[in-house]
Design a binder for this molecule. Structure first.
Ligand SMILES: Nc1ncnc2c1ncn2[C@@H]1O[C@H](COP(=O)(O)OP(=O)(O)OP(=O)(O)O)[C@@H](O)[C@H]1O
Length: 289
C-alpha cells in the first residue's frame, strides 16, 4: 500500500504539489490526469523517491519511503519515465537487462531467473525482434516499448508509468494496456499510470485522480469521477460524457469549443457531423455559446 499524506513537494525554485493526500491499495489500476504543469510527473518523482519531500509523508507498506534503501525500492517499484534520453547505443536487450540490476548481486551477472524475466518481458511487449538493435536508432514508439519491457523485467509489485505509451500507435498502446490489465488481475500488480488520454484511462483505469495546479481536485472510481463538471473544472473546456453501448459502466469524453452562433455542443458537433450514433440527445448538455 502507498500512503501519501499532506505532501508538499517541488523544486528549489518552485513549489508544485500542495497538500496531496492519497492512498493506493495493492492491485489498483489508477490513472493520474490533469493539465500540463499540474504536477503529475512531480508526483511520480515523489512516489519513486527521486524528489525530496518538503513536508508531509509517503509510506510504502507502512515504511517511510526515504528509509527504504535504493535497491530495495527498485525491487518494489519500476518506473517508466516520461522522457527517456539515451545517448549510448546500448542494444535493446541490454536496456531491458538493466531492469534486472536490482535483483543481481553483481550488476550484469545474469542468473537463469534474470534470463527468464528478460525473455518474458520482451515477449509480452513484442520487442524480441528489436533485441540486437541499438536503442538510439529506434522510433519513438519502439523505444517506449523497450522501456516498458525494462520496467516489466524488473518484476516489481508496483509499476509507475509516466506518459509511457504517448508515442505508440493505437494497436501498440492497447496491447500495453491489455498487458497491464492482465498483470493487475492475474498477479495483483499495482499500476499507477500518468496519461493525457482520458478515453483510454476511462476504459482501463478503475480509479482516476485529477490534479490541477499541484492539488488533487477529484479522486474516485472512474464512473463517479468522469463527469462533465469535473472535466470542465480541470481543463476549462466544455465536455460531453457519454456511455459506450454494450460496455457496462464505460464512458467516453468529447471536449468541445462553443462556436459563434451555436448554442449547444450538440449543434456544434451536429454541424460537423461528428456526434457518434451512440450519443443520445438526452445525454447532450447545453453549454453557453
Ligand atoms: N526541474 C524543475 N525545476 C523547476 N521547475 C520544474 C522542474 N520540473 C518541472 N517543473 C515545473 O513544475 C511544474 C509541474 O511540472 P510536472 O512535470 O510535474 O507537470 P505535469 O503535470 O507532469 O505536466 P505535463 O502534462 O506537461 O507533463 C511545472 O510548472 C513545471 O514547469
Amino acid at each position: 500500500m502507498i500512503e501519501v499524506e499532506h505532501l508538499h513537494c517541488g523544486y528549489p525554485d518552485r513549489k508544485v504539489l500542495q497538500d496531496v493526500t492519497l492512498t493506493i491499495e495493492p492491485g489498483e489500476f489508477v490513472g493520474i490526469l490533469g493539465p500540463n504543469g499540474s504536477g503529475k510527473t512531480t508526483l511520480v518523482l515523489a512516489l519513486s523517491g527521486v524528489l525530496p519531500i518538503q513536508s508531509g509523508s509517503i509510506r510504502w507498506n507502512g515504511r517511510p519511503l526515504q528509509t527504504i534503501p535504493h535497491r530495495e525500492r527498485a525491487r518494489l517499484m519500476a518506473v517508466v519515465p516520461q522522457d527517456v534520453h539515451v545517448t549510448f547505443p546500448f542494444t535493446c536487450r541490454e536496456v531491458v537487462a538493466m531492469g534486472r540490476y536490482p535483483h543481481q548481486k553483481r550488476a550484469g551477472r545474469e542468473t537463469p531467473q534474470d534470463r527468464d524475466a528478460l525473455h518474458r518481458a520482451m515477449a509480452w511487449t513484442d520487442t524480441e525482434a528489436l533485441a540486437e538493435r541499438p536503442v538510439t536508432l529506434l522510433s519513438g514508439g519502439e523505444r517506449q516499448r523497450v522501456f516498458v519491457a525494462k520496467a516489466l523485467a524488473q518484476d516489481t509489485p508496483v509499476l509507475l508509468l509516466d506518459e509511457a505509451v504517448s508515442a505508440m500507435d493505437v494497436h501498440r498502446k492497447l496491447q500495453i494496456f491489455d498487458l497491464l490489465t492482465s498483470l493487475q488481475h492475474k498477479e495483483k500488480r499495482t499500476i499507477v499510470f500518468v496519461l493525457h488520454d482520458i478515453n483510454t484511462a476511462a476504459v482501463f483505469c478503475r480509479r482516476l485522480v485529477f490534479l490541477k495546479a499541484g492539488r488533487i481536485v477529484a479522486d474516485g472510481p472512474t464512473d463517479h469521477v468522469l463527469q462533465p463538471k469535473v472535466l470542465e473544472d480541470v481543463y476549462e473546456t466544455s465536455a460531453l460524457v457519454y456511455p459506450v453501448p454494450g460496455r457496462d459502466g464505460v464512458r467516453q469524453v468529447f471536449f468541445t469549443r462553443p462556436m459563434a452562433g451555436l448554442t449547444t455542443d450538440a449543434a456544434m458537433l451536429g454541424s460537423c457531423g461528428v456526434i457518434p450514433a451512440c450519443v443520445q440527445r438526452s445525454q447532450i448538455r447545453t453549454v453557453k455559446a
